[in-house]
Design a protein around this ligand. Structure first.
Ligand SMILES: [Zn+2]
Ligand SMILES: [Zn+2]
Length: 352
């Protein structure tokens, strides 16, 4: 019987699965069949149900991250069901719904890890970069990366919360803003539409700042009490009329817009930067010194932070706005994300 069972298991795990891979830096998506991966010690295999398409997937698509081995399967906003656990795994079970976000595992030995600061591990593993991510039917992940998904969230809703969601939630809760404070959210997009909702639920007076009048109604619907169109209005004056922002959460990847908005901060205010760009922010020392103001960057968080994000979203009704595409249309989904026209997060769903 044991032999038959093992043979059957081998047969099942040798079944092919559908994968969307990038063959080389700058290459186009390929939809291919592969053997199903086997989880090693301390790993699980996940039957992927949904995977978000994130701006950072450009790093894999275009080979902008050093050391990526190709072909590579992108995807770090993964939700699915554990279907096989590797040796030594006792705290996660078959059939459990889990997620994997940007934090795909840490080494536990570097100076940051030794201080418990896993978020800043110098050998951080990132799904879709360090190993194959969620643009496929089955993926393998180390248990350090796993996030338990609460029942109240669907797969497709939970996926973007594992990167865009945790980043905005975690940056805001570490920003120092207190309930009632003025918090400005720069950008009403993939990150911004979540940041506005979280900031509203945290009890801040939320001021959304965007380009053009089109986003005003949506920003208010998401929980902003005011909207500043920085094309039509001087956003610094508008924020100062409100007493100055305690925090500006910069979600739009525009160093120019961040630089222009800096003087909208009140005393001891903080510019919290999460929108990724390689351009410099231009702020003179005197702007920092007057009012003791600061600039801080923030990167995502640990799987435990993701669980906090998901629980908070379930509790308060914060949800991403999503567009879904089947895995076979990964190239189209990716192009839609890159166009900046998606409202607001693109999510791949898997064939069953
Ligand atoms: Zn991401
Ligand atoms: Zn480490």
């Amino acid at each position: 019987m044991a032999t038959t069972g093992a043979a059957a298991a081998r047969k099942i795990s040798a079944a092919p699965m559908r994968v969307a891979q990038i063959p080389k830096p700058g290459g186009d998506f390929q939809i291919v069949d592969r053997e199903m991966p086997e989880p090693g010690p301390g790993q699980v295999r996940i039957r992927v149900q949904a995977c978000g398409v994130c701006g950072s997937d450009v790093l894999t698509k275009e080979g902008k991250w050093p050391g990526i081995a190709y072909p590579r399967v992108p995807g770090h906003e993964v939700v699915g069901i554990i279907d096989q656990v590797g040796a030594g795994v006792s705290t996660w079970k078959n059939g459990q719904r889990v997620g994997v976000g940007w934090h795909g595992g840490q080494d536990n030995t570097c100076p940051s890890c030794r201080r418990g600061d896993f978020r800043n591990c110098t050998n951080l593993q990132i799904p879709g970069i360090s190993y194959d991510g969620g643009y496929q039917q089955y993926m393998v992940a180390p248990i350090e990366a796993l996030v338990a998904i609460p029942e109240g969230l669907t797969d497709a809703e939970a996926a973007p919360l594992l990167c865009a969601g945790i980043t905005t939630y975690n940056a805001l809760r570490h920003s120092g803003a207190m309930p009632g404070d003025v918090v400005a959210v720069l950008g009403v997009g993939g990150l911004g539409h979540l940041a506005i909702q979280f900031a509203n639920k945290f009890g801040y007076k939320v001021v959304a700042v965007g380009r053009g009048s089109e986003s005003a109604a949506l920003a208010k619907k998401l929980g902003a009490s005011a909207y500043i169109d920085n094309k039509a209005t001087n956003p610094v004056e508008a924020l100062q009329q409100l007493g100055g922002a305690q925090v500006i959460l910069a979600t739009a990847p525009s160093a120019k817009a961040m630089s222009q908005l800096f003087d909208g901060l009140g005393p001891s205010g903080k510019l919290m930067v999460i929108g990724v760009t390689f351009d410099p922010i231009e702020v003179a020392p005197v702007q920092l010194i007057n009012g003791s103001r600061t600039i801080q960057g923030w990167a995502a968080g640990t799987p435990a932070d993701s669980e906090d994000t998901l629980r908070f979203a379930e509790l308060t009704g914060v949800r991403p706005m999503i567009e879904t595409y089947p895995l076979e249309k990964a190239a189209e989904a990716y192009a839609r994300m890159v166009s900046g026209k998606a409202e607001f997060r693109v999510v791949l769903t898997m064939p069953s």
